[in-house]
Design a protein around this ligand. Structure first.
Ligand code: FE2
Length: 336
């Protein structure tokens, strides 16, 4: 009898529309809280976000399995999205709205995840010191003439893994390995800190470094920082969009997917669709200085001020498949 009642209760709760969506998010940006509020205003559905490191969230989703309260998984970096898919914690959705707005290269082929924002991984230099930067392509950074001139964060960063994965796709494994070895031997110091720290060391450091690799949105955040020292650093940065004469600059994404455990997949899908609406996309670009995925939305003026550029349009799920190889290569060449 008890069992029967429980089953009936589960059936009712399963069929009921959610009044709260649970979001597991590895993004750590102020823009996102604003988004949740707007979604609640528009739909009456509350949003509860659990924010943690991506490894923790993936482990949580895996352990909780079908009983996970999560409806939606959000993270930066395509390799993290691909990993969630490979763990089997995402439920593919087929949304005409999403398929229309998100280009095929920026979503999973079976609808497990969709890009919500883009960021370009660019090369920066000190424009008060360097007038005609000689670097044009990512590949240039491996040349011996740049010995001791580069600042790059650790290869453990998802951004660096995806960048190398994109080079594997473009140039092949052998060339990619030469690249990683070349860049490792050109570093001005052992990798430490995040992208912003590379920019600070480039502008303020006494390492004699000439180039650093960073994501565009960090430049936007620094330009608009409350810390005047960050603003000063960012104002001196010249931006090189690499590989403009060939495949284009590597673009990475933040993305979202509906979880397999979601008890209200229709509401969860609605939330992902909401993230791609012009209103939501405007919040994302205006607060976090990312590029909108929805072509109807113009980037924040700070972002468009970085200049127009050609994007590498290699499908990101193809890039994600090379992330494992990228990690092996970094280990092999001793790039920490
Ligand atoms: Fe980041």
């Amino acid at each position: 009898m008890k069992k029967l009642i429980l089953t009936a209760l589960l059936a009712v709760s399963g069929a009921m529309a959610a009044d709260t969506l649970n979001i597991y998010t590895a993004r750590h940006y102020d823009a996102d809280a604003k988004l949740y509020d707007l979604f609640t205003q528009q739909t009456g559905i509350k949003v509860k976000a659990t924010q943690a490191k991506v490894e923790e969230l993936l482990k949580k989703l895996e352990i909780e399995g079908e009983n996970s309260p999560a409806d939606i998984f959000i993270t930066a970096d395509v390799s993290n999205l691909a990993q969630a898919k490979n763990l089997g914690v995402l439920a593919p959705i087929n949304s005409q709205k999403l398929n229309e707005v998100v280009p095929a290269s920026l979503r999973d082929s079976d609808g497990s995840w969709y890009a919500i924002t883009k960021r370009a991984r660019v090369i920066v230099y000190d424009k008060t010191k360097t007038k005609n930067p000689s670097v044009k392509n990512y590949e240039d950074l491996a040349k011996p003439e740049y010995k001791g001139k580069l600042l790059v964060r650790s290869s453990g960063s998802a951004y660096q893994k995806s960048l190398l994965a994109s080079i594997i796709v473009a140039d092949g494994e052998k060339e990619a390995k030469n690249w990683a070895a070349g860049v490792a031997s050109n570093l001005a110091q052992a990798p430490k800190g995040g992208d912003r720290d590379q920019a600070k060391a480039l502008i303020n450091g006494d390492l004699g470094a000439q180039y650093a690799i960073m994501n565009t949105y960090y430049i936007g955040l620094m330009l608009n920082s409350k810390n005047p020292k960050d603003v000063e650093v960012a104002q001196k940065l010249g931006i090189i969009f690499p590989n403009q004469a060939n495949r284009g600059t590597h673009v990475n994404i933040s993305g979202a997917g509906v979880t397999k455990s979601s008890k209200d997949k229709a509401a969860a899908q609605k939330f992902v669709e909401f993230l791609l609406t012009p209103e939501a996309q405007a919040i994302l670009t205006n607060i976090n200085y990312e590029y909108p995925v929805n072509p109807a939305v113009a980037p924040n003026h700070v972002v468009s001020g970085f200049g127009k550029f050609k994007e590498d349009k290699t499908p990101l799920d193809k890039v994600a498949k090379e992330v494992k190889n990228a990690v092996l290569i970094y280990n092999e060449v001793g790039f920490r």
